[in-house]
Design a protein around this ligand. Structure first.
Ligand code: 5AD
Ligand code: FES
Length: 370
């Protein structure tokens, strides 16, 4: 087997990486090796996507969910959480705030619903936000598994990106994390549906799940490459005390989870090169500067929370979520400071599509910033 420094040098130069190479990179533990990995990934980031960070203002507009994932704090069976649903006007106002504060794009996320009222509700919001921002605010949806018809309808109303994490690309592990009526195959099919509907498709996984092996993580990265994914949103698994999975995890180690999360970001950058990779909030739940560390390990996207403060406490997918007492302006200022503090700049007012996506556009109809 080739040694770590040789593999890292080849990775940085853009050489092919086998699953065994990826496993070596993900398996490193020594501090100096980790620093070398992060620095190499950072150099590749500068050469592929640059040092500009793109902000996606995220509205987490409802915690009502029909799913019952064993790890998630807003799962249907969790009686301890108070359910909320922001109104149409509140969501549109948050979107306008993001637009007026120069966030190039918006993410609408909520628990999963698949009733007809919900599809209409989203369609109406998309239509109004598009009109009121002159088509200039990019819109990403993160609303779970839906039919092809619904995906197409929302696309026609102006959404152009969609995030749907696979959670894990190992179907056996997926089955351990979810009740029997949650289907990995169906979720996988949704990614194809989204692509066919015209969206830029983002996916991702949770990192450091109980029962997850290093090979699973390697396979996740290979899956992203094979699927030609444009955007990656992945973060460490964090225990939520009111979930069944909390019982299985007796040795939760925040530092280990953070490090594994950062390693995945770095190796994803080395392996996938020109895709967008988010420095997710879960990193910051584990350490105050987790998102900056994510940027320094190769991520280039941040999703500042633009949800009304009064709803934030009730949208806890995992424990210790930051920013629940802050408002949108505070998060804007805070994240701006954090980004600038590590010598990076912010792509205000830009959609910030990944070069990977733009490169693919020569073969299909482009959706470009107006
Ligand atoms: N820890 C970390 N991430 C979680 N998510 C849900 N629950 C947890 C948790 N306990 C992530 C899932 C989901 C995204 C919206 O939040 O990956 O897709
Ligand atoms: Fe919300 Fe720092 S990002 S307070």
């Amino acid at each position: 087997m080739m040694a770590f420094p040789d593999i890292l040098a080849r990775a940085e130069a853009g050489g092919q990486l086998s699953p065994a190479d990826l496993a070596v990179l993900l398996g490193i533990e020594r501090d100096e090796d980790l620093q070398a990995l992060f620095q190499a990934a950072y150099r590749v980031k500068l050469g592929t996507v640059g040092n500009k960070v793109y902000f996606r203002g995220i509205v987490e507009f409802s915690n009502i969910c029909r799913k019952d994932c064993y790890y998630c704090g807003i799962r249907r069976s969790n009686q301890a959480v108070e359910r909320f649903q922001m109104t149409h006007a509140e969501i549109v106002n948050a979107a306008i705030w993001a637009y007026e504060n120069d966030y190039g794009s918006l993410v609408l996320q909520s628990g999963e619903r698949n009733d007809a009222n919900f599809a209409d509700f989203i369609a109406d919001i998309l239509t109004e936000v598009k009109v009121r921002t002159n088509g200039k605010l990019g819109i990403t949806l993160s609303l779970g598994e839906q039919t092809e018809e619904v995906y197409r309808r929302w696309f026609a109303c102006g959404a152009h990106r969609y995030l749907l994490r696979m959670e894990t690309t190992n179907p056996r592990l997926y089955a351990q994390l979810h009740p029997a009526d949650h289907s990995w195959v169906e979720r996988r099919a949704c990614l194809d549906r989204l692509r066919q509907a015209g969206y830029q498709v983002g996916t991702g996984v949770m990192i450091g799940l109980p029962g997850q092996t290093l090979d699973d993580l390697v396979h996740d990265l290979v899956f992203f490459k094979e699927q030609d994914i444009d955007m990656i949103g992945m973060g460490p698994y964090i225990v939520h005390q009111d979930t069944p999975m909390a019982q299985q995890v007796t040795d939760f180690d925040a530092d280990r989870q953070l490090m594994l999360g950062l390693k995945m970001v770095a190796v994803a950058r080395l392996y996938l090169r020109d895709v967008n990779i988010a420095a997710t909030t879960a990193l910051q739940a584990l350490r105050h500067n987790g998102r900056e560390l994510g940027l320094q390990a190769g991520a280039n996207i941040i999703m500042p929370n633009v949800t009304d403060t009064k709803y934030r406490e009730a949208y806890q997918l995992y424990s210790n979520k930051p920013c629940t007492n802050e408002n949108s302006s505070m998060c804007r200022g805070c994240l701006q400071g954090r980004v600038q503090g590590i010598g990076e700049s912010i792509g205000f007012g830009e959609w910030g599509d990944s070069p990977h996506f733009l490169r693919r556009q020569t073969t299909s109809a482009p959706v470009v910033q107006q």
